[in-house]
Design a protein around this ligand. Structure first.
Ligand code: NOJ
Length: 556
């Protein structure tokens, strides 16, 4: 379908996240690349997504899977060239799909030319002012070592402060190879405007903004608050680096740039803040336009939890003039087909990220019933795809891929694993290259072995083994996405109370399209109507009943 100039395309888009290094490898070096993505455009088109979000493909030392960017306006030579990128964009556009690229403004990669200059430059120099360098605290008499400016820990374990040998430290909220930019510096702001223009001029339709809430910082307090003080206070205007009010000046400026294009460039912020109402500020039309909420992927597997997440997010989106985002999987979390299979704790529920972290860290043998996980993941997907707003899918989710747990320590790549001495297993299990074929050195990913090891059971999930097979997860997603397109309704939702159970939910869209989901353990009688699609792998003969861990769509 030809692309239109519709400025609101993103409001209800189905977006497919590609993690480029693990999608398809065209040159057999084990790393996925841009030409690999281009070679799979037919697959994406047949799946029926509206847009493709590319996680970072920029030059990077891969200290954090590409989220350590050494050059914001280039392609990692291992992944291709700018010409390859242009061809990919043209091919996606030609196939009716928009392109979203990841922009990582909070921190550079340590190979970035500005950071190398900063390291070589003296204290107080303009080169250091592009990042956040601070003097250490006076040496303590015990060991005579200069102490870091605060006790803050980075996201992957260890201090946020790295000494540079002259008494100064630089700030890195993530890995030490990810130095934080100083967004009070006009040069930094201008540099990113240039980058946004660079990709917009190349035809990119939208940006996914990494760690959007942390750009504005104020580290002038003396002494800096302790971690305990920050935890007690929470994110918001008084936090030194999370969700400060000044961050909105930055995104208002970005919006002016976005609106200079036709159609305006869209954006979605990755925003982790304590107060959902403050998250909505990033999603205002005068700023990014959309912000991720990760509430569904953190919700307990229960009707009440899901209902509450949907109701609150629709209200927030409406209040800010945005549309809601929905996510069950991405490159940072345990794949839904495994996460949703974790056993409930004490009659409650253990399907949230905290327990998933336990799963990743090995714990004792986690009880993962794959059939339950897959049933729930499919039901959750059908529920999400019926909601007003945009749905973000993660590569492999349409194959029902489980998390890969069996990655040997020496092949793990995630800094979270290495920096915690393996206490956290990290995110590699959701980033293992996709199985396209049931056989071959990397299951059709490329001509050689993949950069992360694929288990033998990947054969069962291969795309080619599912294509055309009735009841397969791939065919289920294809049908649901085709119907989602055909059923497009206004952005309203009305809850239906016609299922006789507190463990089920039903809602209707403005055109009468209905979705029902059963979180309970007994089958329920469905209201009258024709079943358009069911999440059950093999719907039983009784289409009038809604089995446990199943969702269906009914016509008006
Ligand atoms: C969020 C990204 O999704 C994650 O993969 C990355 O590690 C951090 N931001 C830091 O860039």
């Amino acid at each position: 379908m030809a692309l239109t100039n519709d400025p609101n395309w993103w409001r209800t888009a189905t977006v497919y996240q590609v993690y480029p290094r693990s999608f398809a490898d065209s040159d057999g070096d084990g790393l996925g690349d841009l030409n690999g993505i281009t070679s799979r455009i037919d697959y994406l088109q047949a799946l029926g997504v509206d847009a493709v979000w590319l996680s970072p493909f920029y030059p990077s030392a891969l200290a954090d899977g590409g989220y350590d960017v050494d050059d914001y306006r280039a392609v990692d030579p291992r992944l291709g060239t700018l010409e390859d990128f242009d061809r990919l964009v043209a091919a996606l556009h030609g196939a009716g799909m928009r392109v979203i690229v990841d922009i990582v403004p909070n921190h550079a990669g340590s190979g970035h030319v500005w950071f190398q200059e900063a390291l070589a430059a003296p204290k107080g120099s303009p080169a250091r002012d592009r990042f956040i360098f601070m003097d250490g605290l006076p040496a303590n008499s015990m060991d005579n070592a200069v102490r870091p400016p605060s006790d803050w820990a980075n996201a992957f374990g260890g201090s946020v402060w790295e000494p540079v040998g002259d008494g100064q430290f630089y700030l890195h909220l993530f890995a030490k190879e990810q130095p934080d930019f100083n967004w009070s510096n006009r040069e930094v702001r201008d540099e990113f405007l240039k980058t946004l223009r660079f990709w917009s001029d190349r035809g990119v339709d939208a940006f996914r903004v990494d760690v959007a809430m942390a750009l504005a910082k104020d580290l002038t307090a003396q002494p800096l608050p302790s971690t305990a003080e920050l935890d007690a206070q929470g994110s918001g205007p008084h936090h030194p680096f999370t969700d400060r009010d000044e961050v909105h000046e930055i995104f208002s400026e970005w919006r002016e740039l976005f609106n200079s294009y036709d159609p305006p460039r869209a954006a979605v912020g990755e925003v982790w803040v304590d107060d959902p109402a403050r998250r909505a500020l990033y999603a205002r039309p005068s700023e990014l336009g959309q912000a991720f909420n990760f509430d569904l992927l953190q919700a307990d597997w229960s009707a009440e939890a899901f209902r509450q997440v949907v109701a609150s997010n629709l209200a927030l989106a409406a209040a800010s003039g945005s549309s809601s985002t929905w996510v069950f999987s991405n490159h940072d979390v345990v794949r839904a087909a495994s996460r949703l299979a974790l056993p409930g704790a004490g009659g409650g529920n253990a399907n949230n990220l905290r327990d998933a972290a336990w799963l990743r860290s090995g714990g004792t043998e986690p009880v993962i019933d794959r059939a339950v996980g897959l049933a729930r993941a499919r039901a959750a997907a059908l529920f999400m795809l019926a909601l007003p707003g945009s749905a973000y899918l993660y590569q492999g989710e349409e194959l029902g891929l489980p998390e890969v747990l069996e990655i040997p320590p020496d092949q793990r790549q995630d800094p979270a694993f290495h920096r915690t001495g393996g206490q956290l297993v990290g995110r590699d299990g959701s980033r293992v290259p996709l199985p396209w074929e049931p056989t071959g050195p990397s299951f059709g990913f490329g001509a050689g072995p993949a950069h992360l090891p694929q288990p033998s059971w990947f054969a069962d999930f291969a795309a080619s083994a599912q294509a055309g097979v009735a009841g397969s997860t791939l065919e289920f997603y294809r049908s649901a996405l085709r119907l989602r397109e055909a059923l497009r309704a206004d952005e309203s939702l009305t809850w239906c109370a016609d299922l006789d159970s507190p463990d089920a939910l039903g809602f209707a869209r403005g055109n009468g399209w209905r979705c029902y989901i059963n979180f309970g353990t007994r089958a329920l009688q469905l209201p009258a109507g024709q079943v358009l699609v069911s999440s059950a792998p093999a719907p039983g003969p009784d289409l009038g009943s809604l089995e446990p861990d199943t969702a269906v769509w009914l016509d008006a």
